[in-house]
Write a protein that binds this ligand. Structure first.
Ligand SMILES: Nc1nc2c(ncn2[C@@H]2O[C@H](COP(=O)(O)OP(=O)(O)OP(=O)(O)O)[C@@H](O)[C@H]2O)c(=O)[nH]1
Ligand SMILES: [Mg+2]
Length: 311
């Protein structure tokens, strides 16, 4: 991590101050706090998977935003939660790694939450002394009076955070104040990535997440949490991309649950996923979905590794 100070570089004998800043900003908070939604809103693209159901995000994702002379590399993370299952432990590790590697943390909490999650977060970063900004999400749920009350509750921790910023994606809150505040705490540095790049994720990862999003939207009970997606093959042509993907489930009976009566279930998943893929790629998409059983994959280290969840 580079310190927040002017970096003096020498260029053909002249002393010039490097005015650009760049740094990693870990976006953390409990599941369903609105982390991925906020990042999609800021970047203006549907890159990160979003769901009404909690525990949607499973791994870190870099989302890059250029703001004035700064390159902010946001790191979307899985919601911080404790569960014994190995996949959930991987998810927690991902959030902790993002915190450890960051120049700044954005702690997100729905404005309707009590301060318990924030107090747990303070405990978690106590030894690290990381700087953080609190973002109170879903501000559209409350009125002005309630917001003032919530802000006053956070005041007792005012020495801990750099700033507290209420935000509502639903109401289209402007992001400039938030981005200005973030850049104050980034180190002076040349840009770390090409300034036209929106994410360091590859296209397969994004396609996988768009299909997972459709599974979260269309299926209930344990299926969203016990399924995963593997992109087997992408055949590209100018007008049409063909994507072959397999939905992995944990148990034999879940295969039938996904397929549904005369294939209705998988058709619904495929339709919504295809629409999202077409929206994203700007091309026509042919999506071929298979379902396969990998017994107990979310609790098994080797299966997790095969699916790319590597500790
Ligand atoms: N009303 C309202 N809903 C919001 C807002 N921001 C996010 N949401 C909703 O909150 C839900 C959770 O959003 P996500 O962005 O998936 O939350 P997350 O923190 O990334 O969740 P995990 O990935 O599970 O940790 C979705 O249904 C969003 O539409 C907001 O500003 N207002
Ligand atoms: Mg998320």
């Amino acid at each position: 991590m580079v310190n927040s100070c002017n970096v003096i570089v020498y260029q053909k004998g002249k002393r010039v101050i490097n005015e650009t800043k760049a740094g990693f900003v870990a976006v953390v908070g409990r599941p369903n706090a609105g982390k991925s939604t906020l990042l999609n809103h800021i970047v203006g693209e549907r890159l990160a998977m979003v769901s009404k159901k909690a525990q949607a995000t499973r791994r870190r994702m870099n989302i890059i935003v250029m703001h004035k002379k700064s390159q902010i590399i946001f790191v979307d993370t899985p919601g911080i939660h404790q569960k014994e299952r190995l996949l959930n432990q991987f998810m927690l590790e991902e959030a902790l790694k993002a915190i450890g590697d960051s120049d700044l943390i954005l702690f997100l909490a729905p404005v309707t939450d009590s301060l318990v999650e924030y107090e747990k977060f303070l405990e978690l970063i106590k030894a690290k002394k990381s700087k953080h900004i609190v973002v109170l999400t879903k501000m559209d749920f409350i009125n002005h009076q309630q917001l003032l009350q919530k802000l006053s509750q956070y005041q007792k921790y005012q020495e801990k955070f750099q700033a507290i910023i209420p935000f509502s994606v639903k109401r289209g809150s402007t992001q400039d104040a938030l981005l200005d505040e973030i850049t104050k705490y980034l180190p002076y540095s040349p840009y770390l990535f090409d300034d036209e790049l929106l994410t360091t994720d590859n296209i397969r990862d994004i396609y996988k997440e768009l299909i997972r999003e459709s599974i979260f939207e269309n299926l209930s009970d344990e299926i969203p949490y016990e399924s995963d997606v593997v992109i087997e093959k992408i055949e590209e042509s100018e007008q049409l991309d063909k994507i072959y993907a397999t939905i992995i489930v944990e148990k034999e009976n879940q295969k039938g649950m996904i397929l549904g009566k005369s294939g209705e279930g998988i058709k619904r998943v495929g339709k919504l996923a295809r629409e999202a893929l077409e929206d994203f790629s700007g091309k026509q998409i042919y999506l071929n979905l298979f379902v396969s059983v990998k017994k107990g994959w979310s609790k098994n280290a080797q299966s997790l590794e095969e699916l790319g969840y590597i500790f």
